[in-house]
Design a protein around this ligand. Structure first.
Ligand SMILES: Cc1cc2nc3c(=O)[nH]c(=O)nc-3n(C[C@H](O)[C@H](O)[C@H](O)COP(=O)(O)O)c2cc1C
Length: 237
């Protein structure tokens, strides 16, 4: 679906550019859930005039977007929100609901209270694959939330936190030590170039790594000498 020139111009101010933009997607949970809403870092792909999500089965975002047609893409440079929402649940208090009207129907959509801006998208087509789903999307409403802070952030510490989140989600699935090497390289950058919040986010990610390592240990058979494998955590000071 071709975007209107007006929307294309606006999208860049809302953190969405050609290629893949990693934003925090907020979706409404089912009324049965304890938490009202969910947030997770997810890539919005914009290629050849098409905009879509590639969602892997097993996530709450996947579950919610099989049932709901609307979600918000939140733009923020808060590294703690990225690290927390990638591996844990945010608090109900981190969200607020906005209302939009579509074809005389009022729809409430969660957004992050602390985002700089949010864009509401509609899911227009879903294509199912074995372990994932492609969701074609279309921006329907732009919500500026903060007057300042909508500029481009060029901080290697912040971007390294995003990279660590990605490598850790992959390590969580594949348990391949190569991801630990990648994380270790980014740690140096976060400590050297990052802001206070980027360093705080890295502590959350280290905690998650500790939990994964504890799961690994529990499931791992003892070696013949009675020892377990060296923990990936021993690489981190
Ligand atoms: C920067 C970044 C981008 C991500 N992009 C995607 C994506 O496009 N599709 C996807 O299924 N998972 C993606 N993930 C992984 C999800 O964020 C991760 O599986 C998360 O735990 C899902 O949370 P949820 O269960 O609350 O939805 C990404 C993770 C990061 C850190």
């Amino acid at each position: 679906m071709k975007e209107t020139p007006k929307n294309l111009k606006k999208l860049s101010r809302f953190g969405i550019s050609e290629g893949i933009s990693e934003l925090l997607l907020t979706t409404k949970n089912s009324p049965k859930d304890k938490r009202k809403a969910n947030a997770a870092p997810i890539g919005i792909t914009w290629k050849n005039d098409k905009m879509f999500l590639h969602l892997f089965k097993g996530s709450k975002t996947y579950e919610n977007l099989t049932q709901k047609n609307y979600f918000a893409a939140n733009m923020t440079d808060d590294a703690v929100l990225y690290a927390t929402s990638a591996f844990y649940d945010l608090k109900n208090d981190d969200f607020r609901f906005i209302k939009i009207t579509r074809k005389n129907k009022t729809i409430s959509i969660p957004i992050l209270k602390n985002a700089n801006a949010a864009t509401v998208f509609k899911c227009v087509k879903r294509l199912d694959a074995a372990d994932s789903m492609i969701v074609h999307i279309k921006p329907v409403k732009f919500i500026p939330l903060k007057k300042r802070g909508a500029g481009i952030l060029i901080n290697r510490g912040f971007h390294s936190v995003i990279e660590v989140c990605v490598h850790l989600t992959r390590y969580e699935l594949a348990r391949d030590p190569m991801y630990i090497d990648e994380i270790r390289r980014r740690q140096t950058l976060i400590q050297r170039c990052g802001r206070k919040n980027d360093k705080k986010a890295f502590i959350i990610l280290k905690k998650r790594l500790l939990e994964i390592e504890a799961e690994n240990k529990k499931n791992e058979p003892l070696r013949p000498d009675g020892q377990t494998q060296e923990s990936a955590l021993s690489f981190f000071p």
